[in-house]
Design a protein around this ligand. Structure first.
Ligand SMILES: *Cc1c(COP(=O)(O)O)cnc(C)c1O
Length: 402
């Protein structure tokens, strides 16, 4: 199967550590080889030699929009709708507050309990700060559609559940939200770079997402925010920083937002991190996202079939939806003593991760994973479960990051 894989050649563009099968690209993507040179160039030449002149000579100030434009192409967004700034958490706060202000008569922010906690925490924090009686309403993922009624100001949804990989239907929920007059905020943390996203045809209002996952931008890489063209000039950013000002270097005492998407900037761009991300995104220029999706489904289906034939006797059960159309690009299994089992697997170079209470999670990143990798990983998982090496005390010790 690997021989017939049209994406096979992409693997050479990544640094794949010796002896590692990496099934955690949904949490932190591999290092693209080109990033090393780019970061060295940015540090040694641009910063080292050009110093402050580089803001102009190397267009440092344009990086949030330049990188945003590359991301826009990969998520079905129009030109001038995305900037790469801040963290996903901060962008959630910016997007939700903007969405609340676009729908001022209503007071409910609707989300679901499959959302990543930071999104919910940020929405609650914004509701408290704004102090106009907003409520964050949390329902089951399968109940979001029904919960959309004329009281909802904002539907804030993460498309793919970080634990199970369950995927919401973006088009259907957005349509329903608009039918009842709600503004939509989509979090694409586990969507962007994982499969085809088409914000324009889904008519999404605002979106945010991560770049250190499937986009391989590096640990803590700048996130992104999307605002549909129809809303851009109606948003007064809650974080009204000088880089989002109409004329930052006029140093006026009053805030006036920049035109369009630029106003979603807040402070000075993190140039080294943005340069790394800029280079990382070039890996995608010749990639067809529908091929990525096809291979992701094939890898995931193979993984599920192998784990189920080898490991169900040890108590593993599929925690992800069985139907590929309802999944993102990860597969999770419930596994008794899952933490220790994952630690034992990692000790063998098979890197996935664990999410409490009992989920072992595996991400499938078609640009650098092959079918052989999946077969080898599942064989190793079976060996670990059969031999019970995971019972060693060293594998039970909990680290800070799981
Ligand atoms: C990974 C992830 C985040 C991470 O937020 P940071 O601010 O980058 O720490 C936020 N939301 C979701 C849904 C995620 O999956």
């Amino acid at each position: 199967m690997d021989a017939a894989d049209p994406l096979r050649c992409k693997r050479a563009e990544f640094h794949v550590p010796e002896g590692v099968i990496y099934l955690d690209g949904n949490s932190l993507g591999l290092l693209p080889v080109s990033v090393k040179d780019r970061v060295a160039e940015t540090v040694e030449n641009e910063w080292g030699n050009s110093l402050i002149r580089a803001w102009n000579s190397h267009s440092w100030m344009d990086l949030p929009e330049k990188v945003g434009a590359k991301i826009a192409k990969l998520i079905g967004a129009e030109e001038g709708t995305v900037v790469s700034v801040d963290t996903t958490s901060l962008n959630v706060a910016k997007a939700v507050s903007a969405a609340m202000a676009l729908n001022p008569e209503r007071k409910v922010i609707l989300t679901d309990n499959g959302n990543f906690p930071t999104d919910i925490y940020m929405a609650q924090g914004i509701a408290d700060l704004v102090d106009k009686g907003h409520e964050v309403r949390i329902v089951n993922p399968q109940d979001v559609y029904e919960a959309l009624d004329e009281t909802i100001a904002v539907m804030m949804i993460t498309q793919v559940d970080y634990r199970t990989g369950r995927r919401h239907n973006m088009k259907q929920l957005t349509e329903r939200a608009h039918a009842v007059g709600a503004i939509t905020v989509w979090d694409l943390a586990h969507s962007a770079g994982a499969f085809e996203v088409d914000l324009t045809s889904c008519n999404v209002d605002l979106a945010v997402g991560c770049t250190y996952k499937y986009f391989n931008g590096g640990p803590g890489a700048p996130a992104f925010i999307y605002v549909a063209p129809r809303h851009q000039d109606n948003i007064k950013p809650i974080l009204s920083g000088w880089i989002g000002h109409k004329a930052p270097f006029a140093f006026e005492l009053g805030y006036q937002p920049a035109e369009g998407i630029k106003r979603m900037n807040v402070g000075t761009p993190p140039v080294i991190a943005l340069s790394a991300l800029d280079a990382a995104l070039d890996v995608w220029v010749d990639v067809d996202m529908s091929e990525v999706r096809m291979k992701s489904v094939a890898l995931s289906e193979l993984f599920i079939a192998e784990v189920e034939s080898r490991c169900t006797q040890f108590g593993l059960t599929l925690a992800s939806p069985r139907d590929a159309d309802s999944r993102g690009s990860q597969v999770s299994f419930r596994c008794p003593d899952g933490y220790a089992v994952m630690q034992a697997l990692i000790a063998e170079g098979i890197i996935g991760d664990f999410r409490a209470p009992d989920i072992i999670r595996f991400g499938f990143t078609p640009l650098y994973l092959g079918y052989e990798d999946v077969l080898n990983a599942t064989k190793k998982l079976e060996e670990i479960l059969r031999s019970e090496v995971w019972r060693e005390p060293a594998f039970m010790k909990r680290e800070k990051v799981t």
